[in-house]
Design a protein around this ligand. Structure first.
Ligand code: SAH
Length: 236
């Protein structure tokens, strides 16, 4: 079973949103398991201290390497990739999510304060992962994002497997606009082509809209899409 171990000083933040909806139902069906680990349980002193002042001075506190390593060694010494949530990390992509979802699970270390001691990152082979160019107060919301993205790709979790192959990023384009009833709403109609019943025309319209939105909103993705098409064309 796909398993997510989360090392955190706030185990009470879990399952949180992961206990509801798709992820919650999938957990109840034993399609995956969540194991929050309380980092403070691995602090040797009676005050359960997990942080200390930064070497070299400066504001804030740094998470201690010895306490973190003890928690990892007790709960996460297996084949699963070990991620450290970090604004300095490689940005998370759908491609990486798909790899993680296809494996045995993940271990997620949630930072707090100013971050973690650099030495434990190398010593325990932690992969630094960012969920975007902004700073959270802690790694827990980021861990929930990563786990949510993985869990929905586990076989049996999503109703229609097809919906994941078509959606944004799976094909390097943003998704086309969606509509549902009522047919007319606040004076605005659903595009005629979507009501035409002509599947070919619908597919062509959706492709054109996906391309238009990607070009407009995400020049970076659009360039990658064009480069991908060019590579396919030369491969024949
Ligand atoms: N001083 C750090 C920020 C620490 S924020 C710096 O400037 O880089 C505290 C913790 O929140 C981090 O250790 C990390 O675990 C988490 N965090 C903050 N922003 C994040 C992001 N964009 N992606 C992933 N984790 C993040």
């Amino acid at each position: 079973m796909w398993r997510a171990t989360v090392i955190t000083i706030f185990p009470e933040m879990f399952p949180g949103p992961l206990g509801a909806s798709l992820a919650g139902k999938a957990q109840a069906k034993n399609l995956w398991a969540l194991e929050p680990v309380d980092l403070r349980a691995f602090a040797p002193d009676k005050h359960r201290i997990v942080d200390d002042t930064p070497a070299g001075g400066g504001p804030g506190m740094v998470m201690k390497p010895d306490v973190l390593a003890r928690a990892i060694d007790a709960h996460a010494c297996d084949a699963r990739p070990r991620l450290l949530m970090s604004p300095r990390g490689l940005p998370l992509t759908q491609a990486r999510v798909a790899q993680l979802a296809a494996g045995p699970g993940i271990v997620v270390v949630c930072g707090r304060f100013e971050g973690v001691d650099e030495r434990v990152i190398a010593a325990r082979n932690l992969e630094e992962v960012s969920i975007g160019d902004y700073v959270l107060s802690g790694g827990e919301p980021a861990a929930i994002v990563v786990i949510d993205a993985c869990v929905r790709l586990i076989p049996g979790v999503m109703g229609k497997a097809a919906s994941s192959a078509e959606e944004s990023f799976a094909r390097s384009l943003l998704e086309y606009p969606q509509y549902t009833r009522p047919k007319a709403w606040e004076g605005k109609a659903i595009p005629d082509v979507l009501l035409s019943g002509d599947h070919g025309k619908v597919a062509t319209w959706r492709q054109a809209e996906a391309e238009r939105l990607t070009r407009l909103r995400r020049p970076d993705l659009w360039a990658a899409h064009l480069a991908g098409n060019a590579a396919k064309a030369t491969k024949g």
